[in-house]
Write a protein that binds this ligand. Structure first.
Ligand code: OSB
Ligand code: MG
Length: 368
């Protein structure tokens, strides 16, 4: 296959409600979409880099620059056999995984459409229904947090993840446990703690959480291994795992027992599948994380979540939790039992709504 054109565009969409984590609050999303033309067939991808370099070093601006000036010149009009080759072609570029993943995923969508196959089938996925959980941002009050959890449980979601930060962890967890003794509950710290907080984090062991996600430094695998020896709650790594080598090191060191997989963080479907296979081999369950994606990124996450080791509920949720109106048709919906039915249509299985995307576009650049 051959890519003869790529369109970069920035769309802006306000979130239905602000999303707060230990590193900041997001009210409006700036989203970089990539559209490729592969032998006359269109494929779509979404870059999950944030507005600020606070979750990862990448931002929408760095991704735009690297896509235009470095990634595109390496891919343009080059003959390759399948989307699975894109990762290798881009290997001379170090890092910039979110930029790479955006065009890699768009190429996978295009290949699946060329072959008239759903993307998940092309990837080798086997699950037809994927279990969903929600990620709940830091709330103004514990009463509000309980109301939000109640609403999400009523919608059917199978597990609740709450964001925590120093001073907002034991108390909210204790309250939720008192109120909802049996739910599957977990927390995500987004690197807000240090090893000195180990005795405090150990207090969370009393609440039988499924896991604590990324408590320590975003690039500090070693300290997570040390912490895991001091607490019973399983550690799940998110920010720390950018490569297959990171996953290998984390597993060998015992830095965690679960991995949160994000396409953007690891650089696309090819590296995600390799990390998935490694985890499967070592008995480490994985689940698909979210990055406040529009429908396009959501659709890619659904396809990824059909791989066999995605056994735990992911942060893959209905469009309406984030957007008044999504940019795909149909929107992503979640069944009352808290699952998403995997689409059967070709490619990502949802149609990007071109007219709406054009209305939301604030910047566009066509690369040839
Ligand atoms: O750590 O998983 C995270 C959103 C932005 C950045 C990092 C994270 C998140 C979420 C949101 O938890 C999950 C979602 O998209 O629903
Ligand atoms: Mg996380």
């Amino acid at each position: 296959m051959r890519l003869c054109q790529a369109t970069l565009r920035e769309i802006q969409m306000p979130l239905v409600r602000p999303f707060e984590t230990s590193f900041g609050r997001t009210t409006d999303r700036r989203i970089l979409l990539v559209e490729v033309d592969a032998d006359g067939v269109t494929g779509w991808g979404e870059c999950v880099a944030g507005e600020r370099p606070s979750y990862s070093p990448e931002t929408i601006e760095t991704a735009w620059l690297v896509l235009r000036d470095f990634i595109w010149p390496m891919l343009a009009r080059k003959e390759f056999s399948a989307a699975a080759d894109v990762w290798e072609i881009l290997s001379p570029i170090r890092g910039h995984n979110m930029a790479k993943a955006a065009i890699e995923a768009a190429t996978w969508d295009a290949e699946a459409r060329q072959k008239n196959l759903p993307l998940w089938k092309l990837l080798g996925g086997t699950l037809h229904e994927i279990p969903c959980g929600v990620s709940i941002g830091i709330q103004e009050s514990y009463e509000e947090l309980e109301r939000v959890v109640e609403r999400e449980l009523a919608a059917g979601y199978q597990r609740i993840k709450i964001k925590i930060k120093p001073g907002y962890e034991v108390e909210p967890v204790a309250r939720l446990r008192r109120r909802f003794p049996k739910i599957r509950l977990m927390v995500d710290a987004n690197s807000a703690y240090t090893l000195d907080d180990a005795p405090h984090l150990r207090e969370l062991d009393a609440y039988y959480l499924m896991m604590i996600e990324q408590p320590l430094g975003w690039d500090d695998i070693w300290s997570h291994a040390e912490l895991q020896r001091q607490i019973q709650t399983p550690i799940c790594l998110d920010e720390c795992i950018h490569t297959e080598e990171h996953a290998r090191a984390a597993i060998a060191l015992g830095a965690g027992r679960i991995i949160n997989m994000k396409l953007g963080r690891v650089g696309g479907f090819t590296p995600a599948r390799r990390i998935h296979d490694l985890c499967l081999e070592h008995g480490i369950p994985v689940w698909c994380g979210g990055m406040l994606e529009s429908g396009i990124g959501r659709a890619h996450n659904i396809a990824l979540s059909t791989l066999a080791d995605f056994t735990l509920p992911g942060d893959v949720t209905a469009s309406k939790r984030y957007w008044t109106e999504d940019i795909i048709d149909p929107e992503v919906t979640v069944m009352p039992q808290g699952t998403i039915h995997v689409p059967r249509a070709a490619g990502i299985g949802f149609e990007p709504r071109r007219e709406r995307i054009e209305q939301l576009t604030v910047r566009l650049e066509v690369l040839r």
